[in-house]
Design a protein around this ligand. Structure first.
Ligand code: HEC
Length: 148
């Protein structure tokens, strides 16, 4: 073998060993699957809620699952981790009580007080399914302000 061939041969062996050990190492770490930052818990009801959400044009102000507007209204990815079901129920029943001057009293966005109980429940199931993990920018931030 020429010198160049020997070097090439040695480098390929080293790379092969590295590739094999990294595959083995990954297999040994099973059970610890890397968690994605934002995810959703899907169900037949949540899917109905999503269809209703799309049909109602909520995406024209909100954003979820990579579609919709940014900058007009809160992004919904992670909503089901940031908000409790009780908060969402309270908000759909009377938005003004939880957010003073809320858009959802017909001023700007759709008036939630006009929605049927079935539609509210579907929206809530869909929103509760939009979850986030620590590390996501949609994960809840601490409820205090830092001194400046
Ligand atoms: C014209 C714009 C607009 C549209 C359309 C709209 N929203 Fe909103 N929404 C807002 C704004 C602005 C807020 C910010 C909070 C507020 O004003 O109460 C908001 C807040 C919310 C919140 C509370 C989020 C939080 O955690 O603070 C929910 C839930 C919500 N909207 C659901 C919906 C649903 C469901 C639809 C479709 C039926 C919809 N929105 C359509 C503008 C809109």
């Amino acid at each position: 073998m020429k010198k160049g061939e020997k070097i090439f041969f040695a480098v390929s062996i080293v790379l092969t060993v590295l590739a094999v050990t990294s595959v083995i190492e990954r297999k040994m770490r099973k059970g610890e699957t890397p968690s994605s930052k934002d995810y959703y818990e899907w169900s037949a009801e949540a899917e109905k809620g999503y269809v209703l959400y799309k049909k109602s044009g909520c995406n024209s102000c909100h954003r979820a699952l990579r579609t919709g507007e940014i900058g007009v209204a809160p992004v919904f990815d992670g909503e089901g981790t940031r908000r409790t079901e009780a908060w969402l129920q309270g908000y759909f029943n009377d938005p003004e009580k939880l957010v003073s001057g809320s858009a959802h009293t017909g001023k700007f966005g759709p008036d939630f007080r006009l929605l049927s109980a079935t539609d509210k429940a579907l929206f809530i199931v869909f929103l509760k399914g939009l979850k986030s993990n620590p590390g996501s920018s949609n994960y809840p931030t601490p409820p205090f302000k830092l001194d400046e």
